[in-house]
Design a protein around this ligand. Structure first.
Ligand code: ADP
Ligand code: ZN
Length: 708
């Protein structure tokens, strides 16, 4: 059985292993027990019922609240070669009767349906004429008046079950984990405690931050600049604020949309579709936007104003990073936000809902407390939602991450000189390409490979080079002219920097031991090419790009560089059908890329992958040649922290690095004790136990020496 489940998982969905909780749920459903699965958004609820549906004879009925959600699921299943369909009010009569025929002919494994349709006589007749092994209730919290999303029509589900001649096994799924809601669902569908599976609702891939007392607009514009081309939502507290921001961002040349209750249905639908189809990257929206957004690659959610309560906030940030990739959630707080929320409570702007004014104030106070807490933000949220085991620090929120300032003066010279030499005619991408030494067509056509700074930063990843350029932009060494072309120009401050050798440029970087290693971004150029291809396929098939495959799959291709179907099957999310259907197209682009681009670089990258020549080995080699750490940072254009990290890695891998050189005599014992006393073992906490003069480098060295 176990084996069989894994085979289905791999062949049909292209996943190598189950995520936490999935397998137990699948087995429990297959054991014919009514089951409740509570998992965070993006946790992977769908396959928990899709796998039983595939394995078992008959048609599984899935109840889902929104047509857009149903369509997405059906498209996604079909693209993996699994027969699924939906009957809904947006379809014509002919279309509906075609689908019904397929269902009667036992050709459909999963049927998605809205609760409103359940009690139609014709539907009850249909359900009773076929085999229905499982009845799945998606977004099951809609059944509860205690949830944030109660739907009267969900109450019909039980009547429907009563009318079914043979009772199916029930599977209920939700991301809402409050006790009251869970109890409602369990009572309604007769689900035992043993058949209730609740996964930790933490979303580790979300960086959570609260920024207080920042100039919101400046902050936002800087942020967007640094996160160009990424998909994100900006939530605002009022329509007026939304319209204003939308205008501003649009004027700056970004692909942006707007969504609020003041717009007509048609406009809102168009906006939503454009966002899904990647025609726009950024959506400025009130809390009216979000339900039914299945888009998996939303990289940031910014709250431009504080939301009304923690429930809404957690749900809204939950829309980021459903593909499990790192994503950012940033709340920009000012005291004005409190006034706005109080005004909304007093004037009951949102229409009638189930909470009294006192309850609303209570909820408002809770989120105000959250915004101001000095300890871990994630911990606060998890405790709020009743999570039992919560760590003191998470290392991935604004209260847990430490920043250090790094010196990027040398890099600044190179960037400024490149912009100067090319006569201030190019934008951030071209300037980064020159410094990176890219062989793209645009570079060759304009002879930019002859600029004397060409390839000067070839040891850095392009996003890192861009991050340096962005730092210069935000510190006013550079500015961008012209809304359409976004050309980089130098300011007087930049010219002053070049003249006055005393001046230094600093950049804030997160000082987080674990993060450092996960910074590998992979080949961004190829990623963009594959992303475009995915968009083309999506347009041709009339589905959103994320239905074709996730960003994670694309990234996997960028590192594994598959060149045949067999290696395509090793790509995350590519099962047999998908690999056959799209494999050749992706392989074609990858081949072209390898041929067209600096073959040498790609080849060494492949070679590096194969022979596992790691970055740390290069650093250690330089160290053995007698170079100082400072010299290595300059030669490899890395930060000191990274270079030291490489040396420690070398030590751990058996290279003859003298680790004691990095620890002051006498400090080793102190550090070991501090590590023992700390609860999390995180650098920041350990450092707090130690005298001022003990450095982070020493702590890391002790870690490397003693803990491997
Ligand atoms: P939910 O409905 O819980 O929000 P989904 O079922 O949509 O989440 O899954 C979220 C993402 O995780 C999807 O992109 C899905 O393909 C992916 N996923 C689910 N299970 C696995 C797994 N076992 N391995 C890898 N990816 C998975
Ligand atoms: Zn934290």
């Amino acid at each position: 059985m176990e084996n069989k489940l894994n085979i289905v998982l791999e062949k049909a969905f292209g996943y190598k292993s189950f995520r936490k909780g999935q397998e137990e749920i699948v087995k429990n459903i297959l054991d014919k027990k009514n089951t409740l699965g509570v998992m965070p958004t993006g946790g992977g609820k769908s396959i928990c019922y899709q796998i039983p549906a595939i394995i078992k004879k008959g048609t599984t009925i899935v109840i889902s609240p929104l047509i857009s959600l149903m369509k997405d699921q059906v498209n996604e299943l079909n693209s993996s070669g699994i027969s699924a369909t939906t009957i809904n009010s947006s379809m014509g009569n002919k279309e509906i009767s075609d689908e019904i025929r397929k269902i009667r002919d036992n050709k459909i494994k999963l049927l998605y349906i809205s609760p409103e349709r359940l009690l139609l006589d014709s539907f009850i007749e249909l359900a009773n004429s076929i085999t229905v092994p499982f009845l799945i209730i998606d977004e099951a919290h809609c059944i509860s008046q205690w949830g944030h999303d109660f739907r009267r029509s969900y109450l019909d589900i039980n009547t429907f079950i009563e009318k079914m001649e043979k009772k199916p096994v029930i599977g209920a799924f939700t991301a809402t984990a409050t006790e009251k809601v869970m109890k409602d669902i369990k009572n309604t569908f007769n689900i035992s405690d043993e058949s209730t599976f609740k996964e930790n609702i933490d979303r580790e891939n979300l960086y959570i931050s609260v920024e207080r007392d920042v100039k919101k607009e400046d902050y936002l514009i800087n942020y967007l600049r640094e996160n160009r081309d990424k998909a994100g939502i900006i939530y605002v507290g009022s329509r007026k604020e939304g319209d204003k921001l939308y205008e501003k961002i649009n004027h700056l040349g970004y692909k942006v949309g707007i969504y609020h209750a003041g717009l007509d249905d048609k406009t809102r639908n168009q906006m939503q579709e454009k966002f899904k189809n990647e025609e726009i990257d950024i959506m400025v929206a009130t809390n009216a936007f979000g339900m039914g957004i299945n888009k998996t690659n939303i990289r940031f959610v910014i709250h431009y104003n504080m939301p009304k309560d923690i429930e809404s906030y957690y749900q809204e940030i939950g829309r980021a990073g459903r593909d499990g990739e790192e994503s950012q959630c940033i709340l920009l707080f000012s005291n004005k936000d409190i006034m706005l929320q109080k005004y909304l409570i007093e004037n009951n702007h949102e229409g009638a809902d189930e909470f009294t004014i006192e309850e609303k104030y209570k909820k408002l106070n809770e989120i105000i407390k959250y915004v101001n807490v000095q300890s871990c933000h994630r911990g606060y949220l998890l405790k709020y939602f009743g999570e039992k085991e919560v760590k003191d620090t998470c290392g991935n929120c604004s209260n847990c991450i430490n920043y250090q300032e790094i010196d990027i003066t040398e890099e600044a010279y190179k960037i400024i000189s490149t912009i100067g030499r090319t006569k201030e005619r190019y934008g951030i991408n071209v300037i980064a390409d020159i410094l990176f030494g890219s062989r793209s067509a645009k570079i060759k056509e304009n002879n930019l490979n002859e600029v004397s700074t060409f390839g000067l930063m070839k040891n850095l990843k392009k996003p890192v080079i861009k991050s340096y350029i962005n730092a210069l932009l935000s510190q006013d060494y550079l500015f961008e002219s012209d809304k359409t072309y976004m050309v980089l120009k130098l300011t007087d401050k930049a010219r002053e920097l070049i003249k006055n050798k005393e001046l230094k440029v600093l950049k804030k970087e997160s000082l987080n031991y674990v993060k450092e290693s996960s910074k590998e971004v992979g080949n961004l150029e190829l990623f963009e090419i594959l992303r475009m291809l995915r968009r083309d396929i999506a347009v041709a098939e009339k589905v959103p790009p994320y239905i074709i495959c996730s960003d994670k799959s694309l990234k996997d291709m960028c590192t594994k560089l598959p060149l045949d179907l067999k290696s395509m099957l090793k790509i995350q999310g590519f099962g047999e059908v998908k690999a056959k259907k799209y494999g050749d197209k992706f392989i074609g682009e990858i081949k072209k890329y390898i041929e067209l681009n600096n073959v040498e670089r790609v080849n060494t990258e492949i070679k590096n992958l194969n022979e596992k020549v790691k970055s740390y080995e290069i650093t250690c080699q330089l160290y053995f040649e007698g170079k100082t750490i400072k010299e290595i940072t300059e030669e490899r254009i890395l930060t000191e922290t990274t270079v030291e990290g490489h040396l420690f890695e070398g030590y751990q891998n058996g290279l003859s690095i003298n680790i004691d050189d990095f620890i002051d005599e006498g400090n080793e014992k102190l550090i070991l004790e501090a590590i023992k006393s700390s609860t999390t073992g995180k650098l920041k906490e350990v450092k707090e136990f130690l005298p001022e003069n003990v450095s982070y480098t020493e702590i890391r060295a002790v870690y490397a020496k003693h803990f491997g």
